[in-house]
Design a protein around this ligand. Structure first.
Ligand code: PEP
Ligand code: MG
Length: 347
């Protein structure tokens, strides 16, 4: 787990690690056996543990791993590797299939998040010098409102029968959120005219991936239904270190106190407005980060399905009051390594 290698280990070391492996295996078996049960801290704070999925088929594995729902359904799979976009019916089928598989559990579907490392030729053929700072995520969709509205109508149709919420990626400004939300309302009205039945309200939220949105969380909190923090992008934009670039991988560390500070701010203002906060970046599924995020008050952790059983066990082992103290201490460390060290020491 630490990424270290011992060449030619002696028998003592080999035996020690055999013992550790056995202990790990036992803990994993126990976690799997308890995976379907909800997770709360010892002093009763419930934390929702949900899955990130990238296709309807993954919803089944998520439920099998103990997911209480889906916190991030990436919809790019429908759009990539083809010459023309999927039509509305194809999208409706995909969203409904995922929702059906979840058997009543909540599903958060994210609108298309291409650009950056996921260019889409039929939408945006122009190359850019800095694609991660260019037309990405919500920017691409807002540039093509008719295309965007088709996806939103498809999501709204799934929301007619299932507990579906909708979220927008890469929101940087209030204006972007308001425009996206306005198009969603238009899509809702159009679907309502067509099928005549819709839930009174379809939850709509934003991903916080751009520091500008985190800094203005207070204003967003008055308008959005929920926040979901995308720590992969929030980290790259906070540290100005591209997420896929190995030369700056040490900088792009989600345990950096600057990133933690932003998460803390978002949770504080969201809760003051009665709004929930999820984390759906890779940080959420890192066993070392779970005590920290719980201690910061995050309501929902969304992760790759295979990480769910262990994350739930970690939550069950925590005391919320102690996790809060831990988070307060970790936040004030100087470096990401110190943050990790602090967590290791205290848990
Ligand atoms: C994130 O940025 O943390 C995130 C969950 O979105 P993606 O990894 O799809 O960019
Ligand atoms: Mg992202």
């Amino acid at each position: 787990d630490a990424g270290r290698v011992w060449p030619d280990p002696d028998s003592g070391l080999t035996a020690e690690y055999a013992g550790r492996m056995e202990a790990t295996r036992l803990a994993r078996d126990q976690a799997r056996a308890a995976a379907a049960a909800p997770a709360a801290t010892r002093d009763g704070r419930r934390v929702l543990v949900v899955a990130n999925i990238g296709s309807p088929a993954e919803a089944r594995a998520a439920v099998g791993a103990g997911a209480e729902g889906v916190g991030l359904f990436r919809t790019e799979f429908l759009f990539l590797n083809r010459r023309t976009p999927p039509d509305e019916a194809e999208q409706v089928a995909a969203y409904r299939t995922a929702a059906e598989t979840l058997e009543g559990r909540p599903l958060i579907i994210r609108t298309l998040d291409v650009g950056g490392d996921k260019p889409l030729a039929y939408l945006d053929p122009a190359a850019e010098a800095n694609p991660f700072l260019g037309r990405r995520g919500i920017r691409v969709c807002l540039d093509q409102p008719a295309f965007f509205k088709t996806q939103l109508r498809a999501m709204v149709q799934a929301a007619a029968d299932f507990p579906v919420k909708i979220m927008f990626p890469m929101i940087a400004t209030l204006a972007e959120w308001r425009t996206a939300h306005e198009i969603l309302k238009q899509a809702q009205a159009e679907v309502e005219r067509r099928i005549g039945r819709l839930p009174r309200k379809i939850g709509a939220g934003i991903m916080v991936e751009v520091p500008a949105a985190a800094l203005r969380a207070l204003r967003f909190a008055a308008e959005v239904d929920f926040f979901s923090i995308g720590t992969n992008d929030l980290t790259q934009y906070t540290l100005a270190a591209e997420r896929g670039n190995p030369h700056v991988a040490r900088l792009a560390d989600a345990f950096d106190p600057a990133v933690l500070k932003l998460i803390q701010m978002i949770v504080e203002v969201a809760h003051a407005h009665g709004k929930t906060v999820g984390v759906c970046g890779e940080l959420a599924g890192d066993p070392l980060a779970v005590p920290l995020l719980v201690g910061l008050g995050v309501d929902e952790l969304s992760m790759t399905a295979s990480a769910i059983p262990e994350a739930k066990q970690t939550i069950r082992s925590l005391d919320y009051a102690a996790a809060r103290r831990l988070a307060a201490r970790a936040m004030n460390m100087d470096t990401p390594e110190d943050v990790r060290g602090c967590i290791r020491q205290q848990t």
